[in-house]
Design a protein around this ligand. Structure first.
Ligand SMILES: *Cc1c(COP(=O)(O)O)cnc(C)c1O
Length: 417
């Protein structure tokens, strides 16, 4: 067989085996063409919420494609985008406008541009961005700049802009984070603080308390610094609430949503903002226009899928599913915590994480790929972040499914030494 010409994301082709060919997806399961079934324990990179091919989303996609596939979104609009914007503003009360894009990274780029545009248009240009240590906001140049630096972006470092970094608010050390934010607000004239609310995903499923988020929002408001909530991962129920900001009763100035917005079926993203930010761009002066567009902005089929996703939230017992998963995670983590080799179990809503103790530091570099392989051998798809194993399943996952996941983790780690 000739090697595939496909260059896969985050994949070292010299070291990793050929990609597994997936032919079907259903609910929480992926299926290869030869009938092997693999449990999708990470919702296919955090996007699938209600399960693969939810009938309601599939039906919405099919009926929209027969009406309108795509239309330029400058000078034109369409019903799915108009209706979806209305629904989104009900989900995020306090925000007034919806800007459409097509990926989480782009929604964050738009958020940063909105923030800088706001300051420039009101006549007080500001450009400094404040961000959290270990944060992740995407893989474009701007979002990498706001995110943590490391091996993943070392080659691009010369192009990345400098940001002010707050220490991560580890339990018991929250005040240091808040003090650093306060100092940055007072002395650096920042345009915005960008945070992943309550869970830093790619940074290692690091969790912090809602009161810290509330306090960060208060400090920003006091100093007139814009708060950007990057809920690309935490949105759509992952933390047990529709939005993670709800846990802290925080209304950000700018909100980024993507991943689960279409239930994980099609690419779509939005950046929502407060009226003040829209108003700063609203002018007879063309120079104040918000100059941003993606070719597929507000694709009608993707918008129809997102409307179906919201309909599922309204008509199915989604909240019950979230709390059931939270309960199953607690039991699973308790089980693992009793075994040697695990530490730092943590959980919020449908996201569970635990660290694997590493005795031989030589293992550290490749423990992620080794765990991945050991789990996939057991037909469970998880993608450990270094020595952190996390489980983030679609909401249709069953007790039996999660039982299998936790048994596979216990097995795989114990087979290690
Ligand atoms: C995944 C993610 C992004 C980037 O989203 P893409 O759709 O992959 O571009 C941005 N922010 C957070 C918090 C994410 O988890």
């Amino acid at each position: 067989m000739t090697r595939s010409p496909v260059w896969h994301p985050f994949t070292q082709h010299a070291l990793q085996p050929d990609a597994t060919l997936i032919a079907r997806g259903e609910g929480a399961w992926l299926e290869t063409s030869d009938g092997r079934r693999i449990l999708d324990g990470i919702s296919s990179w955090w996007v699938v919420t209600h399960g693969h091919r939810h009938p309601r989303i599939v039906a919405a996609i099919k009926s929209q494609i027969d009406l309108l596939d795509q239309v330029i979104f400058a000078g034109f609009t369409h019903e799915p985008a108009e209706r979806l914007a209305g629904e989104l503003l009900q989900i995020a009360p306090g925000l007034s406008h919806v800007f459409y894009t097509d990926s989480g990274s782009t929604s964050v780029e738009v958020a940063l541009k909105m923030a800088l545009g706001y300051w420039r248009n009101i006549g007080h240009p500001r450009s400094r961005i404040v961000a959290l240590e270990h944060g992740y906001h995407g893989d474009t140049i701007g979002t990498m700049s706001a995110g943590a630096r490391g091996v993943f972006n070392a080659a691009y470092e010369p192009l990345l802009f400098d940001v002010s970094r707050l220490p991560f608010p580890h339990a018991g050390q929250e005040q240091a984070t808040l003090d650093a934010l306060e100092a940055a607000c007072r002395t650096e004239n920042p345009a915005a603080l960008i945070v992943e609310p309550l869970i830093l995903g790619a940074g290692g499923m690091l969790m912090y308390a809602p009161h810290v988020l509330a306090e960060m929002a208060r400090i920003c408001a006091t100093h007139g610094v814009l708060l950007i909530a990057d809920e690309v991962m935490t949105g759509w129920g992952r933390t047990g609430r529709m939005l993670a900001c709800e846990h802290a009763q925080v209304v950000p100035d700018i909100l980024c949503l993507a991943k689960g917005i279409t239930g994980g079926s099609l690419p779509l993203a939005v950046t929502l903002c407060k009226a003040s930010i829209f108003d700063a761009h609203h002018s007879a002066d063309r120079a104040r226009t918000f100059y941003h567009s993606s070719s597929y902005t507000a694709n009608p089929v993707a918008c129809a899928a997102a409307l179906a996703n919201i309909e599922i939230w309204k008509t199915e017992p989604v909240e019950q599913r979230l709390s059931a998963i939270a309960g199953m995670h607690q039991a699973g983590l308790e089980r693992l915590s009793q075994l040697p080799g695990f530490s730092d179990a943590r959980q919020l809503g449908t996201v569970a994480a635990i660290d694997v103790k590493v005795n031989n530091p030589g293992y550290l570099a490749d423990i992620g790929p080794r765990l991945y392989a050991a789990l996939i051998e057991r037909d469970v798809l998880l993608r450990p972040l270094g020595n952190t194993i996390y489980v983030m399943p679609p909401y249709c996952v069953t007790v039996e499914d999660l039982d299998r996941v936790y048994s596979a983790i216990a097995d795989a780690v114990q087979a290690f030494d």
